[in-house]
Design a protein around this ligand. Structure first.
Ligand SMILES: [Zn+2]
Length: 70
């Protein structure tokens, strides 16, 4: 059985099964057809130009880890 995740629709609350290989792909709720936010289950590496646009537009909680080479 392939790994999958469950995302609750932000509009109607229905549980939607998201296959693990669909990371970063937006889908639609199976019940109400509302657009579901893309699900990220693995870390994304974002540089200083990509961080703000991603965080400000993403509708789910974001866990950020900051680091520097020095
Ligand atoms: Zn829905």
């Amino acid at each position: 059985m392939a790994l999958s995740h469950v995302m609750h629709c932000p509009e109607c609350g229905a549980a939607n099964r998201i296959p693990d290989d669909k990371q970063g792909v937006s889908g639609r709720c199976g019940a109400c057809k509302a657009r579901l936010p893309a699900l990220y289950t693995k870390p994304l590496v974002l540089d200083d130009t990509a961080f703000d646009p991603f965080v400000s537009s993403y509708r789910l909680p974001v866990l950020a880890e900051f680091w520097a080479p020095w």
